[in-house]
Design a protein around this ligand. Structure first.
Ligand SMILES: Cc1cc2nc3c(=O)[nH]c(=O)nc-3n(C[C@H](O)[C@H](O)[C@H](O)COP(=O)(O)OP(=O)(O)OC[C@H]3O[C@@H](n4cnc5c(N)ncnc54)[C@H](O)[C@@H]3O)c2cc1C
Length: 279
């Protein structure tokens, strides 16, 4: 069942075709292996980068697709329509990369974005902590200034791309007494001393998605890794999270459509359905 939406232009629909072929050809055959591994292989990320399916809204000058939210939405629809689960391309491209695009300095954008768009560096965003979910201003992970560096201590949980991530936007307290006005966003590269990944979390679904715990034990990062304004992180999050919620709503609608389609096939012709789905 396909609904032709008028919000999409021809260039969006062209991307839809590329995305559909990619998810059918490169992802569906790997799903069972990803589920067994609890992880998506990095080669698939590199292929997605080569086919222009990562960071479609990042400006072309930084290696992205130069598109708009419609391109991201088309990709999300095709991903979820295909029935695959695991590669958190959207967390990388639609949820985390925009912090660099919108808030990064020119130097940060030139240095960080091209390998991110190619899938060579995988992104994650670490907000949630063992004791803090919705109430983001209560996070406890701290970043303390030490000369030209920040020293980061704390832990995060439920982080998508947690095992694969090379670069993590970490939400930290830079002024613990200031509540929401003491939060900052700091990029932590995964090869920094003191950074450690915990266990992959078992979930009811999305078995191949590497949702994990992360630990920061005196991790020293240069102050130039600050993204946006020092102590302005909470406002930055409030400005970016609506797009995260919107793209997640697109995933959910596409998944529901697929479930409805499968249900209709099943109730109309169970034998044909079993052959299509399970063969
Ligand atoms: C698969 C998965 C992937 C995730 N990926 C990431 C990630 O990449 N990065 C990251 O930082 N986090 C990630 N998370 C964490 C996610 O953002 C949190 O689960 C979310 O913020 C909610 O926090 P919580 O689970 O602690 O629930 P809580 O904050 O404890 O909320 C529990 C319930 O109480 C309700 N509630 C809370 N506060 C109020 C209130 N004031 N009034 C009324 N109701 C309230 C909530 O709506 C919810 O129903 C992920 C989670 C999952 C499950």
């Amino acid at each position: 069942m396909e609904i032709k939406r008028t919000v999409y232009r021809d260039d969006h629909e062209m991307l839809r075709e590329t995305a559909r072929r990619f998810f059918e050809r490169e992802c569906l055959p790997r799903q069972a292996q990803w589920d067994r591994d609890g992880l998506v292989d990095r080669e698939t990320w590199l292929k997605a980068g080569r086919d222009g399916l990562l960071c479609v809204t990042v400006p072309e000058e930084y290696g992205g697709g130069g598109g708009d939210f419609g391109h991201a939405a088309v990709l999300a629809e095709e991903y979820h329509r295909s029935g695959i689960s695991g590669p958190s391309f959207s967390v990388h491209s639609d949820i985390t990369a925009p912090y660099i695009v919108r808030l990064g300095t020119e130097e940060q954008k030139r240095q960080w974005l091209p390998p991110i768009c190619r899938g060579e560096k995988i992104l994650a965003i670490a907000m949630t902590e063992p004791g803090t979910g919705s109430d983001l201003k209560s996070i406890r992970t701290s970043a303390v200034r030490d000369g030209d560096d920040f020293i980061i201590n704390g832990s995060k949980t439920f982080i998508s791309n947690g095992l694969n991530a090379d670069m993590i936007v970490v939400v930290c307290k830079t002024d613990p007494k200031a509540g929401a006005k003491g939060v900052s966003l700091i990029m932590v590269e995964a090869d920094r001393e003191g950074f450690r990944r915990g266990r992959k979390l078992e979930k009811v679904g999305q078995r191949a998605a590497d949702t994990a715990e992360l630990f920061f034990d005196n991790v020293r990062v240069p102050a130039t890794n600050l993204i946006g304004n020092e102590n302005g992180g909470f406002i930055h999050l409030m400005e970016e999270l609506p797009q995260e919620r919107l793209i997640i709503a697109v995933y959910c609608a596409a998944r529901l459509e697929r479930q409805l389609e499968l249900t209709l096939q099943y109730v109309k012709d169970r034998r044909a359905f079993n052959q299509t789905v399970w063969d």
